[in-house]
Design a protein around this ligand. Structure first.
Ligand code: SF4
Length: 397
């Protein structure tokens, strides 16, 4: 979708699955969003970029509020008024009703959540609309509706409560709200799944199978056999499962994953232990089950940050999460050894779409009165998604 247009989410009509957004140079309106920036994108080599960003920021003053996700580049995060994970940032946006523009340095589903939680007069801007999330794209509206139709045909939908991770599109959050479910984050997945299994006898956890499995098995004490994986690409209409397997399962996991956290393997944990004696390994719960089992600690982005901040001087840490954050943790904790868990460098490529040229372009456009890359969620979908987000806020402690 070209920049300067509005990005919509809807749940009222069937949608074609979105193609995965490809990275690359040049305008390709069929497969890339955001590469056509009206007014011209400053070149990445422009030595004036930092000065221009400061100038545009100053010109906007309190009219703009800039949110920066922990996985953003250093060159971008330096301009954030607040940093955090997706949920914290959505709440921060909602707590700034006077800001006319909320500039979200993160990915598309986060900007959608900010639009749902902010007031109607506020405009949420994503500096590059190509900043999507491969995990969120793994559960499309049509696929999830087809899954639900099957559960209804089998007579078990009434027992199933959907739980969707924050990392999902507004359409999927709206589906969850319509069917009496809740949104969750990596910090409250245990409470969300416990709540869902108290309300119904089964949960449909989407789109991240790993967060769902790690939560069910390691935090709720369920067995791996209690969980089945619904594959939206399997032939037939039962997600590659037998009707009996669906009837017997306590948790139906959606076959989605994070392409960044999914890269870590148990061997990475063994290797780092051999290389750094006494190292402690902390990983995000989006990592595969075997990695989480091999690690010393598992926790959300916020928990990883606070664990390392409070660790003893001289301690060593290998961290299994996005590389921008690990590098900043290493810089902010010079009295500790902080290394990336994998030997291979791996950034989140879509998070990295937000770079300084796009931020400068968005801020300068806003400063001269041109709203670009606004992300909006259609009112009906927003209202239904809000039900699921509010349910998350009301989860029992
Ligand atoms: S780190 Fe993973 S879940 Fe987060 S935006 Fe990137 S692909 Fe999506």
């Amino acid at each position: 979708m070209p920049s300067g247009r509005t990005s919509h989410a809807t749940s009222a009509r069937p949608r074609r699955p979105l193609p995965l957004l490809l990275l690359g140079a040049g305008a390709d309106s069929a497969s890339e969003r955001g590469v056509n920036c009206p007014g011209g994108l400053p070149p990445a080599s422009d030595p004036e970029l930092v000065r221009r960003a400061h100038a545009a920021r100053k010109a906007l003053g309190d009219r703009a509020f800039i949110l920066g996700h922990h996985y953003q580049r250093d060159e971008v995060i330096q301009f954030a008024d607040v940093t955090g994970d997706s949920f914290k940032l959505a709440r921060e946006a909602a707590a700034r009703p006077t800001a006319e523009f909320v500039v979200f340095c993160g990915v598309h589903f986060m900007a959608e959540s900010a639009d749902i939680l902010t007031s109607p007069h506020q405009r949420v801007v994503l500096p590059d609309l190509a900043a999507g999330c491969s995990m969120a794209d793994m559960a499309t509206f049509d696929q999830v509706e087809e899954c639900w139709d099957t559960l209804e045909d089998l007579g078990i939908a009434a027992d199933v409560v959907p739980v969707t991770y924050m990392n999902s599109s507004a359409d999927i959050k709206a589906f969850t709200g319509r069917h009496g479910g809740t949104v969750c984050t990596s910090s409250n997945a245990q409470r969300a799944l416990t709540w869902a299994l108290g309300k119904g006898s089964k949960a449909l956890f989407l789109p991240d199978q790993h967060l769902g499995r790690n939560t069910a098995v390691l935090q709720l004490g369920m067995s791996l056999a209690d969980c089945v994986v619904w594959d939206p690409h399997a032939p037939g209409d039962t997600g590659g499962l037998t009707p009996q397997a669906l009837r017997d399962a306590a948790v139906i996991l959606w076959r989605g994953h994070c392409s960044v956290h999914g890269r870590f393997a148990a061997d990475c944990v063994h290797d780092v232990r051999a290389r750094i004696p006494g190292v402690r390994v902390i990983v995000h719960p989006e990592c595969v089950h075997e990695v989480v089992l091999a690690a010393d600690l598992v926790g959300s982005t916020e928990k990883i940050i606070s664990t390392i901040e409070h660790a003893a001087a001289g301690s060593s840490w290998a961290v299994g999460t996005e590389l921008n954050l690990v590098q900043r943790l290493a810089k902010a904790n010079p009295d500790k050894t902080v290394v990336f868990l994998d030997k291979t460098v791996c950034y989140c490529s879509t998070m990295n779409r937000i770079d300084l040229p796009h931020l400068v372009w968005a801020l300068e456009s806003l400063a001269r009165g041109q709203v670009v890359n606004q992300v909006t969620v259609e009112p009906q979908a927003a209202a239904q998604a809000r039900v699921a987000l509010d349910q998350m806020l009301a989860l029992p402690a």
